[in-house]
Design a protein around this ligand. Structure first.
Ligand code: F6R
Length: 606
């Protein structure tokens, strides 16, 4: 999280950096700032809150300079204050922006304080500025100072540094956090995401972990972690240069909910071979050799993995475990031969998932990635990429990327089932037809906005609620609860409906909303019994269900009903009303739907 930008060129750096930061605001929106250098003087503007506050500050006091760095912050160390906002400046000679966490900052700060350095923030990042100042004080050049600083710090980071004594250069480094360098005639720029500078240049270099660089216009010097000059390939980025707008919708999330039929259809068509057959892109050798799968992911992507497990086991007969990436990394999982991992990530940058992937690779496992951002770190480190074609997702809460991930996972189950001869050609064709019907069914489910409205009105007044589901709809209950809590700040927990009687039922008291995801499958009668048990104890029952089964639940206070669909694919289709419920409830409560408090779209810290 946190977005960093740097620019040297002929334009006004502050304007160009502000524009790039707008494209990076998804990475954090606690505070922001820009430093420029002009006629030997460092200029600094910082503001707490959304980027619009920084924009207003710059309008009232424009900042000159053709070189600069900028930052949008997701707070880790130190509260959301102007003093803790980046860039951090030391001795009026050094300005830095940083994304990541310096794990040993406390001891470094103590050492620097003993040398007389004074700090004005509570951040780990300010230590970097003072380490540079210290190194420069010992007569080191910018590159040598960077090397000395990197030798001292521990953690995951991407940083950009501007020095008063080097007005034509920026110094950058990365370790586990993303950083891209953009090169064009007459300008050089850096950003946490190539998308932020794709309107300036399509020529991009991705630094490797441990790399650092001294950058000037027409002068790129890259060094590896041993200080040796390194050549890194210049690629043509596929990142979109367009600044995405809301297209007439109230929020990006609302727009992205509506984009799901298209996102799913694109994802299916990218997995359709010239002869019309469903092919995920995994080789025939992999499809037949891989004997079991470990899915690594965080948050919503993890819930997609949990739903995918049902399909992979049921359709393809492959044993699957789904791991919380942040936990897996620090375990010593017993690895069986013949397995592969699937890392699922919308952003492709979640540090927990990236590190879990590396952990698995060290154990010799093949890495498959399901990612939405093709140039992301996870995509670049995977052996095989199975892309979701959801297009850029801007709303912090994942919607269209989730249903596109489910689409890939379903197709993967079919592909494995075919290659392992568990499915006949007829079975495959039938499952493919079912998948092809999903975009239309999702389109129809989007019409549930109206039905959701009274439920949202009701829920907005409640402090807490439960979501229930069984089978494939159990992980969807977890996802629905996450969506509601992150957007509306209402406490929500998801449970397997059958698990209620083992403890959670104690939570039920008069009028507690119990929201159940239900479709017509072999478990639905059992789920209805579980709901009855909740109703008998005073819960207000809210149903999100397919048409026919919904009719059997005459004791629900509210119903959001969608057309009947194949139970196998119901998690994708029922996800839509669940998303709409979270969206509408947040809208009714007046919370910030696209940028909920304390969250960021790309989580690049541990
Ligand atoms: C919730 C949400 C998060 C992400 C999680 C993983 O709506 O979006 O839970 O799913 O932070 O992010 P990615 O998929 O980018 O690795």
């Amino acid at each position: 999280m946190c977005g960093i930008v740097g620019y040297i060129g002929e334009g006004q750096a502050a304007d160009i950096i502000l524009d790039a930061l707008k494209r990076l605001e998804y990475r954090g929106y606690d505070s922001s700032g820009i430093a420029t250098l002009e006629q030997n003087a460092l200029h600094l503007t910082r503001a707490v809150g959304k980027l619009s506050h920084l924009e207003a500050a710059l309008q009232s006091k424009p900042q000159a300079g053709q070189i600069g760095i900028g930052h949008t912050r997701w707070a880790t160390h130190g509260g959301v204050t102007e003093a803790n906002a980046h860039p951090h400046v030391a001795g009026n000679k050094v300005a830095i922006v940083h994304n990541g966490i310096i794990e040993n900052y406390a001891e470094l700060k103590t050492e620097l304080q003993a040398k007389g350095h004074e700090f004005s923030s509570q951040t780990d990042s300010e230590v970097l500025a003072h380490l540079f100042l210290d190194a420069l004080g010992q007569g080191q050049t910018g590159s040598a100072a960077m090397q000395a600083v990197l030798a001292k710090i521990k953690g995951a980071f991407a940083l950009a540094v501007m020095l008063q004594e080097a007005p034509d250069q920026l110094f950058v480094a990365r370790n586990a956090s993303p950083l891209a360098i953009g090169i064009e005639d007459g300008l050089i720029c850096v950003a946490s995401d190539a998308m932020a500078m794709a309107h300036l240049t399509r020529n991009v270099i991705y630094l490797k972990d441990g790399d650092y660089a001294a950058l000037g216009v027409d002068d790129v010097q890259i060094y590896d972690r041993d200080g040796q000059r390194a050549n890194r390939e210049v690629i043509r980025t596929t990142a979109s240069p367009a600044l995405i707008d809301k297209g007439g919708f109230r929020h990006f999330m609302e727009k992205e909910i509506h984009e799901q039929p298209e996102a799913i259809a694109h994802t299916i068509s990218a997995m359709t071979a010239a002869d019309g057959a469903l092919r995920t892109g995994l080789s025939e050798a992999d499809l037949s050799d891989i004997q079991h799968l470990v899915i690594l992911a965080a948050g919503t992507s993890n819930y997609a993995g949990q739903i995918g497990r049902y399909w992979l086991e049921d359709i393809a007969g492959i044993p699957v475990s789904v791991e919380t990436a942040s936990e897996y990394r620090y375990r010593a999982p017993a690895h069986l031969a013949g397995g592969a991992v699937i890392a699922i990530s919308q952003s492709g940058e979640s540090l927990d998932t990236l590190m879990a992937l590396r952990h698995a690779r060290e154990k010799g496992m093949k890495v498959i990635a399901i990612v939405n951002v093709p140039e992301s770190s996870i995509a670049r480190e995977a052996d095989v990429i199975l892309p979701t074609r959801a297009g850029p997702e801007i709303g912090v809460a994942s919607t269209k990327a989730f249903t596109a991930q489910l689409t890939v996972l379903f197709a993967l189950a079919v592909d494995f089932g075919r290659a392992k001869a568990r499915l006949s050609a007829e079975d495959v064709a039938e499952l493919q037809q079912k998948l092809l019907a999903v975009p239309g069914a999702v389109g129809a489910a989007i019409a549930s906005f109206e039905q959701v409205q009274p439920v949202a009105q009701h829920l907005k007044k409640t402090p807490s609620c439960l979501f229930l589901g069984r089978g494939r709809l159990y992980p969807l209950a977890l996802e629905a609860a996450l969506k509601l809590k992150e957007l509306s700040y209402i406490h929500a927990e998801g449970f397997a409906a059958g698990e209620m009687k083992h403890g959670p039922i104690a939570l039920i008291e008069d009028e507690l909303p119990v929201i159940c995801l239900l479709d017509e499958d072999t478990l639905s009668a059992k789920t209805i019994s579980n709901l009855k048990e909740a109703e008998a104890r005073g819960a207000t029952i809210i149903l999100i269900a397919t048409q026919t089964i919904a009719k059997q639940v005459d004791f629900a206070s509210f119903k959001v009903v969608i057309e009947d669909c194949d139970p196998l694919l119901a998690p994708i289709i029922l996800a839509v009303p669940a998303q709409i419920l979270a969206y509408q409830t947040a809208f009714e409560k007046g919370t910030d739907v696209d940028q909920p408090r304390n969250l960021a779209k790309s989580v690049t810290v541990e």
